[in-house]
Design a protein around this ligand. Structure first.
Ligand SMILES: Cc1cc2nc3c(=O)[nH]c(=O)nc-3n(C[C@H](O)[C@H](O)[C@H](O)COP(=O)(O)OP(=O)(O)OC[C@H]3O[C@@H](n4cnc5c(N)ncnc54)[C@H](O)[C@@H]3O)c2cc1C
Length: 557
């Protein structure tokens, strides 16, 4: 190398997201030195805050539990969901094939490294009706993690959005604690665990924090080096190849060389309103649940060195209702199941339904943004009745519980004795809202949503209420008082970025590689294109391409 460096490692990772530590472990297994530079004071990225679900078809836990899958089945499914389009270079057939073959291999590798993983019992693919779709789902998650095992590093792990010592699987089932004996047993187990943990000095973290906590622990054990509050401001490029990065140390620029390459795992640009305005007009950094570090500068830095970008207009939408007083919360209230439950629908500002309310969160928000191009639909209105209020959670409040006065006083939750009066409160023509609800109630009576086919997929029913008869998804809106609540197209991250090949190498517009530069996670154009095939389609790819990048970089040694 010609450059002078303050320090040199074999492999340098920018950002401590999903794939970072996976790549680090691969490198350490081969005896290479690894440095992970994290801009914020905390390790783990949005991945640690997340559900920590990875969508990994044909994984060992499916085999363990007798859930059918194969490479062929997964390929058929992914090809059907994603399709072949000229404008989604992140998702070539070649890259999909690598994803589907490297995914289960990566899971094996992590298990060998002592990372305790498992699967969620039942979480249907988001298009389970398509050929190759899996009703039981292809998720991989971490087991609960006692964060005290991290010792002095414990404070460095980014917390999860769930503070309870409960697995995601348990949380999903606890929704039905009133109706289900299994859920009641889970509630008891959860209570006992909490008491036992207190007595024995354990502190279990869940979901993404369990995943990243376990990764962090394994990475520390294998001597991956971590530096927090170490933003990377630039790549060091010589002879058109990436040789290192510039970060800061003691307030001064600090140059770090990378013999085998640099992996960018620095998240997307959900917190950068200027980038959103450019690539995703109409979306807002106020409606994202990503961490504060998700500001996109590494995507811009890679572009500065000629990286091609794609799919920048895509985000992983997550429908939200932001109650008064929660506008500045780091994690906003997601209302994923609300309009997918019986006794509820979503309408635009003219009072019309316009989608299957039980589609995946990505499709749901794509639907809102699309609708808003022709009819005002941001916010849209969730419309529901008293049966809904009695039976289901609403924006973080329990079924049947009194809703905060402030919600009504500040016009967040509207309530009226008739649909016509409710329509007046949200500026919808009363006759239109009445007709929409009447039509929907007709579908409920017939057991068939002739407009949008809600309730026909396993996923729709899973998102609804499996204890509601005869349909888990469709229930009439007939019992006064009636309610309306605004819903906006929030997100859990952007989904476009630099274009990478099947070895996770960053590509230029002309298809040539930028030597020494790898990227993974939502810094890249997703291998899933413009679709979200199932739970874990962000964290899964981040891990898999981190793994692939690490393995490839070793071949250049
Ligand atoms: C509440 C919630 C639940 C979710 N649940 C799931 C789920 O279960 N499954 C799923 O697939 N997706 C889920 N998502 C989405 C998913 O979490 C993210 O898309 C994914 O974690 C992004 O991972 P990543 O590895 O690309 O980046 P991240 O995990 O965000 O990591 C990027 C890191 O890079 C750092 N960084 C940025 N710039 C720099 C720089 N210049 N220098 C140094 N460091 C930098 C950031 O601070 C950050 O720590 C969820 C999101 C949220 C908010």
């Amino acid at each position: 190398m010609n450059s002078t460096f303050d320090e040199v490692f074999d492999f340098v990772v920018v950002g401590s997201g999903g794939g970072s530590m996976c790549a680090g472990l691969i490198m350490r297994q081969a005896g290479k030195s690894v440095l992970i530079l994290e801009k914020t004071p905390l390790i783990g990225g949005t991945t640690a805050r997340s559900g920590g679900v990875m969508w990994i078809p044909n994984n060992r836990f499916m085999k363990r539990d007798g859930v059918e899958d194969s490479l062929e089945q997964a390929t058929t499914y992914l090809n059907n969901v994603v399709g072949d389009h000229n404008d989604t270079p992140g998702t070539s057939r070649d890259r999909r094939h690598t994803y589907l073959t490297a995914g289960p291999e990566m899971v094996e590798f992590l298990v060998q490294q002592g990372i305790k993983l498992t699967r969620v019992d039942y979480w249907p693919d988001y298009y389970d009706e398509l050929p190759g779709g899996s009703e039981y789902g292809r998720t991989v998650v971490a087991e609960l993690f006692n964060v005290n095992e991290l010792g002095e590093w414990k404070q460095k792990l980014r917390p999860n959005f769930i503070s309870l010592m409960s697995t995601l699987d348990e949380m999903l089932k606890l929704r039905f604690v009133k109706q289900s004996w299994e859920a009641k047993r889970i509630a008891v187990r959860f209570a006992l665990r909490t008491v036992f943990a207190k007595l024995t000095g354990k502190h279990y973290v869940t979901a993404g924090a369990a995943l990243q906590g376990r990764m962090f622990q394994a990475a520390l054990k294998s001597n991956v080096e971590f530096r927090t509050e170490s933003p990377v401001s630039a790549l060091i490029v010589e002879d058109d190849a990436v040789k290192g990065v510039i970060t800061v140390k003691d307030g001064h620029p600090y140059r770090i060389g990378a013999r085998l390459g640099v992996l960018v795992n620095a998240g997307g640009f959900a917190q950068n309103q200027a980038m959103r305005d450019k690539y995703q007009p109409g979306t807002s950094a106020k409606w994202t649940n990503t961490i504060e570090g998700d500001t996109g500068e590494m995507i811009q830095e890679m572009m500065r060195h000629g990286a091609a970008i794609a799919q920048m207009e895509e985000m992983v939408g997550n429908q939200m209702s932001i109650a008064p007083g929660t506008e500045n919360d780091a994690v906003k209230q997601v209302v994923q199941g609300v309009t997918a439950a019986p006794h509820a629908i979503l309408v635009d500002q003219t009072g019309q339904r316009y989608m299957n309310e039980a589609g995946s969160y990505m499709v749901y928000c794509q639907g809102m943004l699309e609708r808003n191009r022709t009819v005002p639909a941001i916010p849209s209105w969730a419309i529901f009745d008293s049966q809904f209020i009695r039976k289901y959670m609403l924006a973080g409040t329990m079924p049947g519980a009194k809703k905060p006065d402030r919600w009504f006083q500040e016009g967040f939750l509207k309530k009226a004795e008739t649909l016509e009066a409710l329509a007046g409160m949200v500026n919808i023509a009363p006759a239109t809202l009445y007709a929409t609800v009447e039509r929907f109630n007709g579908f409920v009576a017939a057991g068939l949503d002739a407009d949008f086919h809600r309730g026909e997929r396993a996923y729709d029913r899973w998102l609804g209420d499996p204890f509601h008869q005869p349909s888990a998804s469709l229930g009439d809106i007939t019992e006064a008082p009636f309610y309306a609540m605004p819903v906006v197209p929030g997100d859990v991250g952007t989904y476009g970025g630099v274009v990478t090949d099947s070895h996770a190498r960053v590509l230029r517009e002309n298809g040539s590689i930028i030597p020494g530069l790898y990227a993974t996670g939502v810094s890249t154009a997703s291998v899933m294109g413009r679709a979200y095939p199932g739970a874990g389609a962000s964290v899964g790819p981040s891990f898999v391409w981190g793994y692939v990048a690490g393995k490839h970089a070793l071949t250049t040694a």
